[in-house]
Design a protein. Structure first.
Lengths: 154, 108
C-alpha cells in the first residue's frame, strides 16, 4: 500500500512574503529614497502578486487537501495576507486621490499675491518675502521664491 | 522638508528662498520648526484662502475632514512669474531637494 505523501504549500508562504513586501514598500518613503516615485507602483505590484499567489495557495489547500498539507494554516495566513495586501491597496488609492492641478498657476503664468502669518504670527506678503533673505541680513535679497504647499497636520 | 532644510544654504547660494505654506496655524508651524529644526519660513493659511487662490484646495483632504492643500511646489521669480512647478500625484512622492535645486540653479 502506497504511503500518502503530502506536500508543503509553498504558494501561501510566498504570498505572505509578497504581501509583506507590499507593506514594506509603503514604509520605504520615510527614508526618502531616490527612486521613491516607483515605490507606489512597486507596492501595488507586490500586493496584486500576493493576491494571485494566495489564490493559488488557497485552491491547493482547499481543493487538493490530499496533496497539500496545512489547510487551517493556509486560511490563517490567507487572512493575514488579505489584510496586508488590502492595506497596501487602500493606501495606494488614498495617497493618489488628489484633486487635479490644471487650474493652478503653471509655468509662465503669474503667481497670485498673498499676505499670510508666519510661525511667529507676523504677517508677510510676497513683497516682504522677496525683500530679504531670512535670518541673515548679510545675504542679498532672493531672486526667486520656492513656494512649497504641503498638507500640514505634522 | 527635511531635505530642504539640509540644503538650505545651497538654495540661498543660488538666490532662492524656500517658503512653506499649509493650513496649520502659526503655533503648530512653530512647533514643527522647533522639533524638526527648520529655519525656513513657514506660513499659515488656516482658512485656505491662498490655497484656494492657487487652485490647490483638497476638499476633505485633512484627517478630520478639513480642507487642506494638495502638495505642490512653485519657483517664482521677482516678476511673480512661475518658472517651475511640480504637482505631486501621490502625497508620499514629493519633489526632492535636488530636483528643486536643479530647477533653482537654472534661473537667471
Amino acid at each position: 500500500m502506497a504511503e500518502v505523501i503530502t506536500r508543503w504549500n509553498s504558494a501561501v508562504w510566498l504570498a505572505l512574503l509578497l504581501a509583506m513586501g507590499a507593506l514594506a514598500a509603503n514604509f520605504a518613503f520615510f527614508v526618502n529614497p531616490p527612486l521613491q516615485a516607483a515605490l507606489p507602483w512597486l507596492s501595488l505590484l507586490l500586493a496584486i502578486a500576493a493576491l494571485v499567489v494566495l489564490a493559488i495557495g488557497l485552491r491547493r489547500a482547499l481543493f487538493h487537501g490530499q496533496v497539500y498539507r496545512g489547510k487551517v494554516s493556509s486560511i490563517v495566513l490567507g487572512v493575514l495576507i488579505l489584510m496586508f495586501a488590502g492595506a497596501s491597496l487602500f493606501v495606494f488609492y488614498h495617497a493618489r486621490a488628489l484633486p487635479n492641478s490644471t487650474a493652478a498657476p503653471q509655468v509662465g503664468q503669474q503667481a497670485p499675491d498673498f499676505t499670510l502669518a508666519d510661525s511667529s504670527g507676523q504677517f508677510v506678503s510676497l513683497e516682504n518675502l522677496f525683500a530679504s533673505a531670512p535670518n541673515d541680513p548679510s545675504l542679498p535679497a532672493p531672486k526667486a521664491l520656492l513656494l512649497i504647499f504641503y498638507r500640514g497636520y505634522w | 522638508m527635511r531635505g530642504l532644510e539640509k540644503r538650505l544654504r545651497e538654495f540661498q547660494a543660488v538666490g532662492v528662498r524656500p517658503v512653506a505654506i499649509s493650513v496649520d496655524p502659526p503655533a503648530v508651524s512653530l512647533d514643527l520648526s522647533k522639533k524638526a529644526g527648520y529655519t525656513f519660513t513657514i506660513l499659515s493659511d488656516p482658512d485656505a484662502t491662498v490655497i484656494r487662490r492657487y487652485h490647490l484646495l483638497h476638499v476633505d483632504g485633512g484627517p478630520d475632514g478639513r480642507d487642506i492643500a494638495r502638495p505642490a511646489e512653485f519657483l517664482i521669480d521677482r516678476e511673480k512669474t512661475v518658472r517651475w512647478a511640480n504637482f505631486a500625484e501621490d502625497v508620499r512622492v514629493r519633489a526632492r531637494a535636488d530636483e528643486m535645486l536643479a530647477a533653482a540653479s537654472q534661473l537667471h
